[in-house]
Unconditional design. Structure first.
Length: 281
């Protein structure tokens, strides 16, 4: 996925001015209202690829679906709030909660999508038991994804976090560190490059796939899984559209289409360890 995707990184300040290109795109969307049907906002990569497949299938069933791709990660929620989109599909619940808290947008998750798993990766060690005392561990620098990474480090048995903190943890919430691990904070998209310089790193399999390292993407020492649903990508609408029948129909098609499932699997290099389909659990 492109840099700073909310599936892998928290947003920057949401009240900053939109880049010029972003403002132009929003103006174009407003100038050309959507036809009857569903206008879906996505971000490029695995998410957009699967949505395009679903949209094509929806059209054959009489539901007009228009797909709009965004490269700026603040835009899909702004466009949704403005009424320029009917639904977007690019963010996990942690990201959405942060957006609503910072902006006051009246947005709601109405369906669950892909859960991109994360892993703990190493180019130096092949088992968690081999991680030495004093090892350097890279985790995401943003608070949303750092908590997810630390929760996985705890699940690996390497640290213990304060009781009940879970995926909301920061480095300050490490209660026990018996191996004296040294943590370094790195922006999520840069963790792929950092792997050569540390002993262990929080990693996003899709980033390794996109970097041409599909084999390595499948060699994490541990992966997150379906219990990590807070970080599954969500279908999000404005609160007043939460019961829209066409949106519900499109989400159902996405979740049940064999063609969509095939496209998702291809986007994750055909490796089921790299992603979860939580609606099937």
């Amino acid at each position: 996925m492109p840099a700073r995707c909310p599936a892998t990184a928290a947003p920057g300040p949401l009240r900053r001015r939109l880049p010029a290109a972003a403002a132009v795109l929003l103006a174009m969307l407003a100038a050309f209202p959507a036809m009857a049907g569903v206008r879906v906002g996505v971000t490029p990569g695995a998410l957009a690829d699967s949505i395009h497949v679903a949209a094509e299938e929806a059209r054959t069933q009489g539901l007009d679906v228009e797909v709009v791709e965004f490269s700026d990660w603040t835009m899909p929620n702004r466009a949704l709030d403005n009424g320029d989109l009917d639904v977007n599909y690019f963010q996990h619940q942690a990201f959405l909660d942060n957006v609503v808290r910072e902006t006051g947008f009246s947005l709601k998750s109405v369906g669950i999508g892909i859960l991109p798993n994360i892993g703990l990766y190493s180019e130096k060690y092949t088992a968690l038991a081999d991680i030495p005392d004093g090892a350097t561990v890279a985790v995401a620098s943003d608070p949303v994804n750092q908590g997810r990474g630390l929760a996985l480090v705890e699940a690996a048995g390497l640290i213990r976090l304060k009781p009940g903190i879970g995926a909301k943890a920061t480095l300050d919430d490490i209660a026990e560190n018996p191996r004296h691990l040294r943590f370094v904070e790195i922006e999520g998209p840069q963790l792929v490059r950092a792997i050569a310089d540390v002993d262990l790193a929080q990693g996003y399999p899709a980033h390794y796939v996109n970097a041409g390292r599909s084999d390595f993407a499948g060699k994490a020492l541990i992966y997150s899984g379906v219990s990590d649903q807070y970080f599954a990508i969500r279908f999000v609408t404005r609160t007043n559209r939460a019961d829209d029948g066409d949106i519900a129909r499109f989400i159902s098609l996405y979740q049940t289409s064999p063609a969509v499932r095939k496209r998702i699997d291809a986007s994750f290099a055909g490796n089921a360890a790299l992603y979860t389909l939580p609606w099937l659990q």
